[in-house]
Design a protein around this ligand. Structure first.
Ligand SMILES: Cc1ncc(C[n+]2csc(CCOP(=O)(O)OP(=O)(O)O)c2C)c(N)n1
Length: 363
């Protein structure tokens, strides 16, 4: 017997959008945003540069220079919009795909490439950037973000935490436990779900019978669905959610409705599980093209501006490639350095044992 999809169905999901795929500005009663031309140009620059870094990383992986890469192609607006909504004091907890958020937090992209090249373990100091290390274990960072938010609450600080995860992660126990804790402790945390429709080869309908953002109400906090390919809407919605969290109004779930344009990672082949027409439909909603169309229409930028950004992107791509190839191999014993914050006898013993093993090759 097949499940009846209409059972328990409610009104169709509302999608918060401030910029249409054609580049037309639309108003929303709850999420108005007033951006200066300079700010719009800045967002366009961010979107274009992170896409360029991503494309370069995919190429490097194909040439055998990275072990793996998780592309953000198509998710730039969700990441730049939400990333630019953060204040310096806020703390972000990413998955392994948040290259755009890393960019907004001032993390040098070479660190991301180093991680996927296998020569560092993240390479940046989370405390310096208020950007946690990438998390591969699906959903576990939601618990870290809630714990951190509860710390903020107890310190009485003017900050919030934000945690990124995918549609597939919503099926994890950790994520549901994080929702419960955040709700009952009224923690200042924003749950930012990038619903890119696929958890590797598992489509969204294998994760849920209702729109994901509606899950929040069952846990006792608000949820909204935003057009994840609309950088203005992602910025406005995240900014408001963070402000509410900081002012003691508790958690919020933002479902950024978007699409993963590339493979899950460079190790899979999406043509094996999804149809080409789906990809073609989403290409028309490209997050960068709509900002570009809006800027042209409203004379916020001319061709000279776009050419300059393209040149900057190419230069960034070249620079990232060059520095990636120059990354030194790590000292083998360095693997023990950051396992614990303080000296640890087990690490000392394992380091010594490994050193002896390595010395065996020199003889
Ligand atoms: C706890 C756990 N289970 C399984 C995996 C293997 N795995 C890696 S990515 C992934 C799918 C994640 O999909 P989603 O949460 O939608 O995020 P996306 O990669 O699409 O951004 C899975 C199952 C894992 N890394 N961790």
């Amino acid at each position: 017997m097949t499940a009846d999809a209409s059972r328990g169905a409610e009104a169709p999901p509302e999608l918060i959008q401030l910029l249409t795929p054609e580049g037309e500005r639309v108003e929303h009663p709850d999420y108005d945003i007033d951006l200066t031309p300079e700010e719009v140009r800045g967002l366009y620059r961010d979107l274009t540069l992170v896409r360029r870094v991503d494309l370069e990383a995919v190429a490097l992986q194909r040439q055998g220079e990275l072990g793996l890469w998780a592309s953000l192609l198509g998710q730039e607006a969700a990441q730049i919009g939400s990333g630019r909504a953060l204040t310096e004091a806020d703390m972000a907890f990413p998955t392994y795909r948040e290259h755009g958020v890393a960019w907004c937090r001032g993390v040098d992209p070479i660190n991301l490439l180093g991680l996927f090249r296998g020569v560092n373990h993240g390479g940046w100091d989370p405390a310096e950037h208020n950007f946690h290390l990438y998390t591969i274990v699906i959903g576990s960072q939601t618990l870290h973000a809630v714990g951190y938010a509860m710390g903020i609450q107890r310190d009485g600080a003017e900050a919030a935490s934000i945690v990124y995860f995918g549609d597939g992660a919503t099926s994890q126990g950790d994520v549901n436990e994080a929702f419960i804790w955040a709700s009952v402790f009224n923690a200042p945390v924003v749950f930012f779900c990038q619903n890119n429709q696929w958890a590797i080869s598992e489509p969204l309908e294998k994760q849920t019978r209702i729109p994901l953002y509606r899950r929040a109400s069952g846990f006792g906090f608000p949820g909204v669905r935003v057009d994840g390919n609309d950088v203005f809407a992602c910025l406005a919605v995240t900014r408001k959610a963070l402000a509410e969290a900081r002012s003691g109004q508790g958690p919020m779930l933002i479902e950024a409705f978007t699409y993963r344009m590339g493979a899950h990672t460079t190790s899979d082949d999406p043509t094996r599980y999804r149809v080409a027409a789906e990809l073609e439909a989403w290409k028309l909603k490209d997050p960068i093209e709509r900002v570009r169309a809006y800027m042209f229409k409203n004379q916020i930028a001319d061709q000279e501006f776009f050419d300059a950004i393209d040149a900057e992107a190419d230069e960034l791509g070249r620079d990232v490639r060059k520095r990636c190839l120059e990354l030194p191999d790590p000292e083998p014993l360095a693997i023990f350095d950051h396992v614990y914050a303080e000296q640890h006898s087990l690490m000392d013993a394992e380091r010594a044992e490994f050193a002896t093993y390595l010395e065996g090759f020199e003889a």
